[in-house]
Design a protein around this ligand. Sequence first.
Ligand code: G4P
Length: 530
Amino acid sequence: MSSLNGKAPFQDRRTFAIISHPDAGKTTLTEKLLLSGGAIRAAGQVRARGERRRARSDWMKIEQERGISVSSSVMTFERKGIVYNLLDTPGHEDFSEDTYRTLTAVDAAIMVIDAAKGIETQTRKLFEVCRLRDIPIITFVNKIDREGRHALEILDEVQEALALDVSPQTWPVGMGSDFFGVYDWQKKKFHTSEGERGGAFAQTKEVSGLDDGALTDVVFDRIMEELTENVELGAEGYAEFDQESFLEGHLTPVFFGSALRDYGIEEILDFIADFAPAPHSQPATGGRTIMPAEDKVTGFVFKVQANMDPKHRDRIAFVRLCSGTFKRGMKLKHVRANKQIAVSAPIFFFAEEREIADLAYPGDVIGVPNHGQLRVGDTLTEGENIHVTGLPAFAPEILRRVRLSDTMRVKQMRQGLQDLAEEGLVQIFKPDLGSNWIVGVVGALQLDVVVDRLKAEYGTEIGFETVPYSTARWIETDGQTLQKIIEGHRMSVANDRDDKPVFLFKNAWEIGHVTEKFPDVTFRETREIV
Ligand code: G4P
C-alpha cells in the first residue's frame, strides 16, 4: 500500500461504512465494491466467507438462523491508488451500540435505500448516529432494476425525512420491466447492458446530451420523456453538489443503481475517491485534537472480538489509527493500564485473507491480538497520555438478573460475562446487596447471544430472571453524597465493570423523584468508556 504523488499516505485512505435497513442490499453492495476493488474474485464470497466463519463457532448459529450479521469486521482493498477500508456495521437494530462504536471509526458512510421502500426505520436510526458525528453520507438508491418509487419521490423523501439537501448525481433510465440503465447527467454517460434490456451493467456510452442517439434510439420514448423531465427538475429543484456542504454533513449526493446488476458501483467508488474525506482529526482528553499528520502514532479500540478462534482464548482488538505511521513491532502505551505493549503481530483484514500489517497509516484499521488487556474505548499511543474521546456506553434499556444452573461454575460465568462486557456486547452491574450480577443490554437479541456464547465458549449454562428495574444511570457525584445515596437506596445501587457506581431505576417516575432529591448529582445516560 504505497502513497501516490508524494502525498502523505493517509491522504489516500478512505475509511467508510455502509448503513442500511436489513434487506436493502448492503451485503450485495459490499460484495460488488470488493469485486470492483479486486479484493474478491467471484460474487457470492461475502456470504460464503460469512458461512465458513459461522460454521466455526456455535454462537454464530444465531446469525445463520436469524439471517442477520452479528459481528462486524473490516475489509480493505485498493483501487486506482486509493486504499478503501470498509467497516461492516451489524445491521440489526438490536446492535445499535456496537454499530455506533463502529461509526466512530469511519470518515464517511454510504446509506443504501431500497427504491421501493424509501427510508426505513433502521436507516433513519443509523443516519441519526451519523448526523450526531457529522459523518458525510453518500446515498445509494438500490434495486432500480425492480419496480420502485418514482425517483423524484425518493429524493423528496430523503430531503424531508432526514432534513438534508439532496444532490442527484445519476438518474435511473426506467425502472422495473422498463429498466434501461443509469444516466450520469454530470459526466454525460449512459451506463447500460449489452443486448437485452434490463440486463446487468456491461457498457458505458459517452453521450452528448439527452438527445444523443445512443439514448434515443434505444430507450422507449416515454422513458426518455421522464428522464428529460427528471434531469430538468433535478437541476432546478435540488442542490448542486457542494463538497463543503457534503463534508459538513448537510448535503448528500444521490446515486441510483442496482447492486445486483452492477449499476452504480464504479460511480460510488470514484466519488468516494474524489470527494469523501481523508482521515479526519479525532477529539481527545485535555481539549486535544489529534491530527492525522502528527508524527506520533495514536489509535483507539472501537471493537473487540473475543474467541474468534474458540480453540484459543484470543481476542482481536480493532484499532483505528488516528495519527503517525504505525510500524510492526512498535511499542505503544496502553493509556488506561499505563503500560507499554509491543504490537508484534498486527493484522490487516482483507475479504479473503488476513495479513501481517508491517506499516499502517491514519484511517487504517489494524487488528491487535491480545489476551484481554485491550477494551473498547482504549487508546494506544506513542505520544503523551491522552484518551481519544467520543465512544460512549449507553444506558441499557433491558436489565436481567443472571441465573446460573450449575453453581459450581460461578467463576466461569463471571469470567465470561466480564469478557463479553469488555467486548461491549453486554454491560454488567454488580449490586451493592446480593451476589447475583445483573446484565444490561440495549436490544433483546443480545441476551440470546450472551446465553449462546457462555455455553459455547465457557461451557456455562445461564438463564435470566426479570428484575424490577427498567434502566440504569451512571452516578456522578462526590464520595460523601454517593454514600448518602447508597444509604437511602441500597437495593438500587450497583457497580459497573469498572466499579463506577450506577443507579438502577424502576421507572421514569423514580428517575424524576431521585433526581429531585439529589439536585447536585448528575445521573448520566451515557458514559465515556475510558
Ligand atoms: P442486506 O445485506 O441489506 O440485508 O441485503 P442483501 O444484500 O442480502 O440483499 C437482500 C435481497 O435483495 C437479496 O435477495 C438480494 O439478492 C436482493 N438485492 C440486492 N440488491 C439488489 C438489486 O440491486 N436488485 C434486485 N432486484 N435485488 C437486489 P434474496 O432473495 O433475499 O437473497 P438471495 O437469495 O438472492 O441471496
